[in-house]
Design a binder for this molecule. Structure first.
Ligand SMILES: [Zn+2]
Length: 300
């Protein structure tokens, strides 16, 4: 753990892989943990710290991993993400089991990890302030990755914890049924407006302490690159979503590619392109609206 201030600790994950992520421990008059996917070693320490509030950035397992291991703490999560943590069935539904069948998710690692679902005790909302003693935290709803995804602003210390808006080179992830490209773009703009001194994310190895506006822009541009690639594929005659997904415009051969997530992310781009009036759907097939070409695409 790294001390960030008198009362705030950054809890590093044991590695950068699923199912762990960076968490924040507030040791003050009231003790609070933001996200719970710590190492076993850090858990051994934290479980003795009388944590009474668990704040969740969102409902994914690699942030909610140990929620069930703090039974005395109140778990607060934006209500749009409650389905992820309520039960196995609702979790699979949030992932997309109604569309793809739950068998597509049956090999999820959660079974091997012994993850236990633990429903939220309550909700946090955009703009809500928590005072834990000297430490104040304000919730910032930053949807897109998931519908309830939220960041936590520490106004006194000048930073924000942004969960899975992780600013990693892979780029934004919006592969669940209720993820949204438009919401993700709006959330990035909100962060830009906030102008924090530094940013801690769920998966980047270190806090980002400079050039944050530029990093946010580069991260946003990954979304536009993917969208442009989908338009290029449509222009080249790929018509069905399966034909487009086969070309991997999102994951581009990345080793972490999972078919259903690529599919959902392509689908969310097509939804957006249709809303922008650049693509039309006819049955299973998608077409560029007349006059739209990769070369004259204006996505911003
Ligand atoms: Zn996530």
């Amino acid at each position: 753990m790294k001390k960030l201030s008198e009362n705030i600790w950054l809890v590093d994950p044991p590695n950068r892989n699923f199912p762990h992520s960076t968490c924040i421990f507030i040791k003050d008059e009231i003790n609070c943990l933001i996200d719970s996917a710590t190492s076993q070693e850090d858990f051994e320490y934290l479980k003795e710290q009388n944590i009474s509030v668990l704040l969740g950035s969102h409902g994914h397992v690699d942030h909610a991993l140990r929620n069930s291991e703090y039974p005395e703490a109140q778990l607060l999560l934006n209500e749009k993400d409650h389905g992820y943590v309520a039960s196995r069935d609702s979790f699979l539904q949030m992932l997309g089991s109604d569309l793809f069948g739950s068998e597509n998710f049956n090999n999820m690692k959660i079974d091997r990890m012994g993850y236990r679902f633990r429903p939220a005790d309550g909700t946090h909302r955009d703009g809500q302030k928590f005072v834990f003693g000297k430490t104040e935290v304000e919730v910032m709803h930053l949807p897109g990755h998931t519908p309830g995804h939220s960041g936590f602003v520490f106004p006194r210390e000048g930073f924000i914890f942004t969960g899975d808006i992780d600013l990693e080179p892979f780029g934004p992830w919006y592969g669940n049924v209720k993820s949204s490209v438009d919401e993700f773009l709006e959330s990035l703009e909100r962060l830009r407006q906030l102008g924090p001194d530094f940013v801690i994310t769920g998966h980047a190895p270190e806090p980002f302490t400079s050039g944050i506006a530029r990093l946010l822009d580069e991260y946003r541009d990954v979304i536009f690159r993917r969208e442009k690639e989908i338009v290029r594929l449509l222009h080249a005659g790929k018509r069905t979503i399966m034909e487009i997904v086969a070309e991997q415009p999102v994951f581009q051969g990345h080793p972490k590619r999972i078919f259903v997530f690529e599919y959902m992310m392509v689908w969310h781009h097509l939804e957006r392109l249709m809303r922008l009036g650049k693509v039309e759907q006819d049955g299973d097939c998608f077409y560029l609206v007349e006059g739209v070409r990769p070369s004259n695409l204006n996505l911003g």
